[in-house]
Design a protein around this ligand. Sequence first.
Ligand code: GUN
Length: 283
Amino acid sequence: MSAEIIDGKAFAKQLRERVGAISADFAAAAGRKPGLAVVLVGEDPASSVYVRNKGKATIGANMESFEHRLPAETSQEELLALVDRLNADPAVDGILVQLPLPSHIHEQTVLTRISPDKDVDGFHPVNAGRLATGLDGFVPCTPLGCLMLLKDRIGHLAGEQAVVVGRSNIVGKPMAQLLLRESCTVTITHSRTRDLFEHLRTADIVVAAVGIPRMIQGEWLKPGATVIDVGINRTEAGLVGDVDFDSAVKVAGAITPVPGGVGPMTIACLIRNTAVAAHRNAG
Ligand code: GUN
């Protein structure tokens, strides 16, 4: 038996097309397109590619893209001043500051300065709090994309045993909150968890976001499990996930590939969140 391969690329394309149609309707009614501002500080090559791809997806979805590329020496004060200007700009519905930031800038200070109503990344503590307490807010894009793939594959998630591997603010913690909101029984594990396989062997759903190449072995999985691999690890063998795909594909019921699984969903959810922000800000 071989697992179904979950085609995140195709799913993301459909989502981007749906958002594009919604944006066109918004523009016709509001007399302006939804706008997304993306801020990149420094020249990290991977971040630069992500930012370029975000810009392309934004324009492709009938939105306005405002790209701000700042030198690595930019001070925290200068960056905060730019965030303030974007917060006040009525053409900007969503603001994203690409992470990681250079080490002289305090990430939480910058993320907390973004207006929660323009925080399409969902990283502001107000939005994290809204997610944790069941209020409407912005949900971080990668876990939101993972949830969409899970619902598409499984349908109702209530009662499923879900194990999240990783505890980052960007993926692990919000993923666990989203699964809890769907009435899963959620276990959060991480790089220091003892005997990870003991947790995985009863998991119907595994979301791997720990950043360790091919850490999770197929033999640790429950047969038929749905496996979402968020890992994007650059190795000598090329891009690999946090799950050892070759062994996992023989045991899982469904699995996302790397690349082509979760990755494309992140940008699709970003433009989805921007369309939602535009409607909320206009209304
Ligand atoms: N760096 C890696 N992933 C992300 C993301 O989803 N948002 C931002 N702002 N930076 C990132």
